[in-house]
Write a protein that binds this ligand. Sequence first.
Ligand code: ZN
Length: 437
Amino acid sequence: MKEKNTAQTKSAKALLDFIDRSPTPFHAVEEMGRTLADAGFARLEEAEVWKLKKNGKYFVVRNDSSMIVFSVGRQAPASAGFKIAGAHTDSPNLRLKPKPAFDKCGYRQLGVEVYGGALLGTWTDRDLSLAGRVILRTKQGLPRSRLIKIDRTILRIPQLAIHLNRDVNDKGLVLNKQTHLPPILGLADAKLPTEQALASLVAGEAKCKASEILGLELSLFDLQKSAVGGLDREFLFAPRLDNLASCHAAVSALLSAEKLDAATRVLAFYDNEEVGSESAQGAGSPFLKDTLERISLAFDGSRESFMRASARSIFLSLDMAHAVHPNYAERHEQNHQPAINGGPVIKTHSGQRYATEGMSAGFFEQLCERAEVPVQKFVMRSDLQCGSTIGPITAAELGMRTADAGSPMLSMHSVREMAGVSDHDYMIRVLREYFKP
Ligand code: ZN
């Protein structure tokens, strides 16, 4: 068997490690923040005065789940522009309801909501656990929060036996979101109500008293570790590749880019893409625009300077793309069938579900050529509805030239997705080329 080259193996391992440590957007932002802080990036607070320095490296976090990272260029953004890459931190999953605990037929169960367009059937018969943010009481002002990730199997959504559901293989698995998804947490015990059992489990993980807990912002995740697989170890099997692979590629490229650029390099990582981006920390918020304006203001106080900076800038909207599925090849347009490990995919849609236009597509393709990375193109079949990304939302907000591109993958929105080892390395190389001075 062929071994992948070491750069590819290294970047794949780093990605899978990041994914396993990041079951929620909160964890992904914490992990990226730690990596960036280790590399000398200073955390800024939005409510404080910013004293930015030329060549300074910073990041700012909103709601613990979105973040903007930037390294200030040698020249003012009005003359050198911003080089921006964006991605989303969230993935479809099941989230606990505010009062989740109930007992039924002798089982302890938890009520869940569906977050985003999850492939629900893939959440059944998996070894599941809980992760997210615990909201804790304080003496005054806002409450505080603590992240938890329970590293043992505590939940399962069992499928109904085929003997009780004879036509499931012909008619498909139909799951009612209210009645069929609540996972089983254990067997009911009258001496310890399920609400209390859950509170004491969480308090143990959060190292706090159960009485301190105001609320839980927890989602389910699959405990199975990510893996490299395939005959030639050419595939990645992991949860949340959409879109933590893009987040990881962007951070890796920024950290390994050549030092000192005239332009200001920016990474924007948003929560809530999977539910439409309309939130205070989503791509529909002014988070990025305000941050860019503050950077521009640090150089000179004129509003025209910021507008000139925007006109000189480019936004790469990074999100995963649909590789062709051999068992459903007819679902792809005949001339647009991206292959796994065939390189980054440029996505276009005339109805602007993707923000790519001719010039931005050409710009991205040239980056691939200069990085000596293969490139592919995707357009949806004309008779199928197209998905979307943060691209059109940020393009409309910023008025900036934007390209939508991403690595090809299969099983998008499954609890366990699939992508290519080489593609991850290709994306890092293209972004490194983008960030070249
Ligand atoms: Zn996505």
